[in-house]
Design a protein around this ligand. Sequence first.
Ligand code: C5P
Length: 406
Amino acid sequence: MTLSGKRILLIISGGIAAYKSLDLIRRLRERGAEVRPVMTAGAQQFVTSLAVGALSASHVYTELFSREDEQDVGHIRLARECDLVVVAPATADLMAKMANGHADDLASTILLATDRTVLVAPAMNPKMWTHPATRRNRATLAADGIRFVGPASGEMAESGEAGEGRMAEPLEIVAAIEDLLTGAKPLGAKPLAGRKAIVTSGPTHEPIDPVRYIANRSSGKQGHAIAAALARLGADVTLVSGPVTIPDPAGVRVVRVERAEEMRDAVVAALPADVAVMVAAVADWRVASAAGNKIKKRPGEAPPPLQLAENPDILKTIGHHASRPKLVIGFAAETENVAENGRAKLERKGADYILANDVSPATGIMGGDSNRVKLIGRDGKEEWPEMAKDEVADKLAALIAAKLLP
Ligand code: C5P
């Protein structure tokens, strides 16, 4: 248990993301942490102190001027009798109070009185997050030594607006807490530490001759985001990427390839692994025998015929490999019967999950920044709302971490 004996003072402020704090409490306690919750008046509009108290198995502190609470521990002891103060979710208002040293309720008073490290997980509407006032407050807090986790980008629960402002997922907050409390990434400090992941991304280029090739419109954004999300949770990631124009994600090993056969060889060479996520848009066919020299256009001659040969199916190869990873995940880019085709693909390719998405041109998904997927597993399917590709990546990485939990 990575957080055995650690005491966390969790301040919950008033945002819809407060519901995720219930999961956060559960995850922290699973890891051996003791959680003492403080709720603002706003937080109690979103989740009840009864639920928070039951999950944390602790008294829930809500009032600054409560005679019993003050006699029992008092706000100064509350602020100091812990190893870490975590604010999740942190609203724009609470961040403003912190930045300006206000102390007009129990949460803000504790934050002013504490001498412990404070980790903040902001959650707010994207316009509020990018407002110059919030940016100033955030800079002030960072300069004061306050640590941040998130926010992520994605669709807002209440307004459907997309942008940066969603609270980091509970497992990401747990990983940040483990980092702060147990030092620099010891084994097990992050949910995927010590785990190996292979991710494919981007298109493949299948040469016709030395200067021409067959390609597709994949940008690599989704695959790269998944590689980055897995690395953030501590995984040792090998990203096998076809030709893309986006930058390499931080903290991953990148193997660059062009052709499907090269991609297959690189993926097989990266085995064994705990999880493989095959996101690349691998060309189904290659030119049977690519010309060694540039094919010349000769006046009066008919255009050369292109004889195609089938490419190896990398996902299927991995799904049926003798050293098959524990989790094998594929994508299914479909333009019709998305769920049905996804399920058939799951069976055929020996995958555990298929993320099926509708890539018909009207959706703008291919090459775009957002994605709408159906997660199809052996035990059923789940529809995810449209969200940023980064957010899909975080959600998938959290799922992978949960599935690989010892
Ligand atoms: O069969 P289809 O191309 O729709 O399957 C998509 C899934 O299979 C994706 O996860 C893709 O990365 C993977 N795939 C592969 N090798 C191929 C074709 C697809 O790994 N040759």
